[in-house]
Design a protein around this ligand. Structure first.
Ligand code: GLA
Length: 333
């Protein structure tokens, strides 16, 4: 377990099992600290961890249809764990369930977790070396850097699966949080939550978060995409003017005044409102995590990209280095 702190009393705890972020303590508008991520007090609590609380997810975050993709003329078969889909990389040795090598950064307030995913692990080709770094800054930013290399051509899509509740974990549902997402389009899904291939405008739909809107305002609207996903569980295409770090989303919790702002260099962000939390997981301090008690903002590529040649590519080749950055910045107002 590694604990990062800064001079404002912000504390981030992360462990090498699953690269899991166990706690993030940040002040509200009165300076009162609360832990704003769902999780467990001990490592044992995360074994198993069906909702992927706090974990790094990969090799392929989100869904791959029918657990199959074809690359360089070869078809690869992955373990299916979400109906016929492969969700978050498979079943057994996925990023959320393995021990990473942890190392405190020298000269920076952070920790690096490294993992070698062997050729053929969970069906994916290539020895994939991956490093994820968490750094806490004096401006209350948690900076997440991903870096990976491979010795065979392979898909990669990696993300961080923290569930936030800015009122404090276990403190009710997130329906009163106000959300802004910098996305004019999203990737609508079919009944298996696989993208249909369409990029649909959010305008005029309950997925329009281009201006800040309460999560609960439209979550149960009679709209095909909300019905299919039982709420928000969608991949938003971030508006961007070029490569590099871009504002992706901002969430404000009115009672505490806490704000979370997400920036990323990734093409998309999955906004998930914990629709599948059902009270079967008891977390920190005996808190029971019920439906919609947390939200995730998972920066990533579009789901099922290996089966959608027209989506931005997720293919990493030998000799290349995959790099990606996401910043979670906390404020209060
Ligand atoms: C992602 C998915 C959700 C759900 C969670 C884990 O956010 O998009 O559908 O599977 O992971 O419960």
């Amino acid at each position: 377990m590694y604990t990062l702190t800064n001079s404002h009393g912000v504390e981030v705890r992360a462990m090498n099992y699953g690269g899991i972020i166990v706690a993030i303590r940040v002040p509200d508008r009165k300076g009162q600290l609360a832990d704003v991520v769902l999780g467990h007090e001990t490592m044992e609590g995360y074994i198993p961890n069906p909702p992927y609380l706090g974990a790094i997810v990969g090799r392929y975050a989100n869904r791959i249809a029918n657990g199959k993709f074809t690359l360089a003329g070869k078809t690869y078969t992955l373990p299916q764990n979400d109906g016929t889909n492969t969700l978050h990389g498979g079943v057994t040795r996925t990023f959320d369930k393995v021990a990473w090598e942890g190392e405190a950064l020298k000269g920076a307030n952070g920790v690096a977790f490294s993992y070698l995913s062997k050729d053929g692990e969970e069906g994916f080709p290539g020895n994939l070396k991956i490093k994820v770094t968490y750094t806490l800054t004096e401006s209350n930013e948690l900076v997440i850097d991903y870096e990976a290399t491979t010795d065979k051509v392979t898909p990669i899509n990696v993300s961080q699966h923290s569930y936030f509740n800015l009122a404090g974990e276990g403190n009710g549902d997130v329906l009163n949080h106000e959300v802004e997402i910098n996305a004019d389009r999203f990737t609508p899904v079919d009944q298996k939550l696989i993208p249909t291939g369409e990029l649909r405008a959010v305008k005029g739909t309950p997925l329009d978060f281009t201006t800040s809107t309460r999560v609960g305002a439209r979550i149960d609207d009679n709209y095909d995409q909300l019905t299919l996903a039982h709420g928000y569980d969608h991949n938003f295409v971030i508006n961007r003017k070029g490569a590099g770090l871009t504002f992706a989303a901002r969430v404000y919790e009115p009672a505490s005044g806490r704000v979370l702002e997400v920036s990323t260099d990734q093409p998309a962000i999955q906004f998930y409102t914990g629709n599948f939390l059902d009270g079967s997981v008891t977390g920190k301090q005996g808190h029971v995590y019920k439906r919609r008690y947390g939200f995730c903002l998972e920066t990533q590529h579009y789901p099922d990209s290996p089966n959608h040649p027209d989506f931005p590519t997720t293919i990493l080749k030998p000799g290349e280095t995959f790099k990606s950055k996401t910043v979670f910045e906390f404020e209060a107002k």
